[in-house]
Design a binder for this molecule. Structure first.
Ligand code: SF4
Ligand code: SF4
Length: 276
């Protein structure tokens, strides 16, 4: 049963990889049938970070149409369904989480216990956007999507690209320090991904509208066992007073809590039940 759950998750991340990464880039291949896009194929083409900064600085006319379409899809899907891209498709977020499962827990730090993710991720994103407004080029300098692309090119194609110190640091932070050696494996997603922060902010706004989807805890079923709290890759569940509570600002709808809850108290739904 759990094998099927992880198999489905892995298939989702492989799909994400073939949609956005070379040599496949199927998202680019598909969308470029309908819009004209100059140039090269790379993770930079459907990048969601660059247009965020371009929108903010009033440079939207120079944003790539494919990346704008991607940002639009992220905004709409996160508003209605939550950050499903982060939880079900993004291979960059998933890789350290999945690899981290082979590292024994005694070697991992539960960073979120000491540093609260919500203010840091929104604060970091605000700083990222503001620095661009000041003319400082930040989108690619700490991009974990880009480091994965460079990593894959090196491993599979032997292509060694000269890279910057900031990208090397990003690689170490994303895959190791905030990755496999952080409990949950998604420390980079939690603290340093502006796209993830945007998706969660849209998810938060969506919760004000009836009919949108989110993870829900049934308080009549929850027995406060803390299994979900322990398993959540984003460290977004806290059990208080024997009841699990999900933080809407960093839950990525991965479904791990739902899968592991022994009381079947967690669901992903667009319907409010009286006991939630
Ligand atoms: S795993 Fe289920 S029963 Fe246990 S605390 Fe979480 S929601 Fe409640
Ligand atoms: S609360 Fe559940 S669905 Fe949300 S990130 Fe944590 S484990 Fe995934």
């Amino acid at each position: 049963m759990r094998t099927m759950f992880y198999l489905k998750r892995i298939i989702g991340y492989i799909l994400g990889f073939v949609l956005f990464y070379e040599p496949f880039m199927y998202f680019y291949e598909f969308v470029s049938q309908f819009v004209f896009e100059m140039g090269f194929t790379s993770i930079h083409v459907p990048c969601a970070r660059i247009p965020l900064t371009q929108i903010l600085t009033g440079d939207i006319l120079n944003a790539g149409p494919i990346s704008l379409i991607f940002v639009g899809l992220l905004i709409v899907s996160s508003f209605i369904f939550g950050p499903v891209f982060c939880g079900k498709l993004c291979p960059t977020g998933a890789l350290p989480e999945l690899l981290g499962n082979i590292i024994p827990n005694q070697f991992k730090v539960d960073v979120a216990k000491y540093i609260p993710p919500t203010p840091i991720r929104y604060g970091f994103t605000a700083g990222f956007l503001f620095s661009t407004y000041l003319g400082i080029e930040t989108p690619c300098t700490f991009c974990n999507y880009y480091t994965l692309e460079l990593f894959v090119e090196y491993i599979f194609f032997g292509k060694l690209v000269q890279t910057s110190l900031s990208l090397l640091l990003t690689f170490v932070l994303w895959l190791f320090v905030l990755g496999i050696f952080t409990k949950g494996g998604r420390g980079y997603c939690n603290y340093l991904c502006p796209v993830g922060a945007m998706n969660n902010f849209m998810h938060y706004l969506g919760t004000f509208i009836p009919g949108t989807f989110k993870m829900r805890v049934n308080e009549n079923k929850c027995v406060g066992c803390r299994v979900c709290e322990d398993r959540c890759p984003m460290r977004s569940i806290k059990v208080d007073d024997h009841l699990a509570q999900i933080n809407i600002h960093n839950c990525i709808i991965c479904g791990v809590c739902k899968e592991y809850c022994p009381a079947k108290a967690i669901s992903y739904s667009n319907k409010e039940s009286k006991s939630e």
